[in-house]
Ligand binder design. Structure first.
Ligand code: COA
Length: 202
């Protein structure tokens, strides 16, 4: 199985929306990812799992030896210049404003959690933001969202304050967490190394 980190595109919107709805069911209004694609401040990435087409299936469809190669070419989209069908494992996005990257969303599909995909998304978001000249990376996280806070703490984000009753569904407070000097040489090296360690083959 191959995992690819790439920018979100039109074909991903339905799957990303479904992951978002499952991860943030009480969020209102729900995020409109179709609109986010047109938002010039927004940058979204997805982790996609390539579903490799089985040669067994291809053989069954066209068992004639001489024709097998052609059948593979017709049935395998990448040979026609398209990509394999891809399942979205998780996604993340940020808005870039005046040297500050604000993480808007980060979520991993439930059945893929606790395999390091959340870390990979965070690492890739920070690296992308720094490439766009972000000096700091910041976000809000629910006070009760201990799992996500642990993830951010692991990568150097620190609590910077609280936004009272930030979440409209239950008036829960948000903790502001920020990675300062995201573009420092130390941090760039740290995030590059962290990406290597994950070894996702991306
Ligand atoms: C938060 C979230 C993205 C983590 O994704 P994930 O793929 O499970 O995360 P990883 O496997 O990469 O784990 C990263 C770290 O997060 C923390 N973490 C994740 N799940 C945890 C859990 N159930 N309990 C405690 N810590 C947890 C740990 O620090 C973990 O590192 P470790 O495995 O070295 O201990 C995922 O739980 C999710 O999508 N949650 C719903 C959406 C959400 O809350 N997003 C954050 C909004 S601010």
């Amino acid at each position: 199985m191959v995992h690819i980190v790439r920018p979100m595109n039109q074909d991903d919107v339905a799957q990303v929306t479904a992951i978002d709805r499952d991860a943030f069911p009480t969020m209102w209004p729900p995020m409109n990812y179709q609109r986010e694609l047109d938002n010039h401040l927004a940058h979204y990435i997805v982790i996609a799992e390539e579903i490799e087409q089985s040669e067994e299936h291809i053989d069954r469809v066209e068992p004639e030896g001489g024709l097998t190669h052609k059948v593979i070419e017709w049935l395998t989209p990448h040979k026609q210049g398209k990509e394999h069908p891809q399942k979205i494992v998780g996604f993340a996005g940020f808005w870039m404003m005046a040297g500050e990257a604000h993480i808007i969303s980060l979520a991993v599909k439930k059945e893929f959690r606790r395999h390091g995909f959340g870390k990979l998304l965070l690492i890739e978001v920070v690296r992308s933001a720094v490439k766009l000249e972000a000096e700091i990376v910041t976000l809000e996280v629910r006070i009760s969202n201990y799992e996500a806070q642990r993830l951010y703490l692991q990568y150097g984000f620190v609590g910077k304050g609280v936004r009272r009753a930030y979440y409209t569904d239950n008036r829960e407070d948000a903790l502001i967490m920020t990675l300062d000097a995201a573009d420092s040489q130390d941090n760039v090296t740290k995030f590059d190394q962290a990406r290597q360690i994950l070894k996702f083959g991306v």
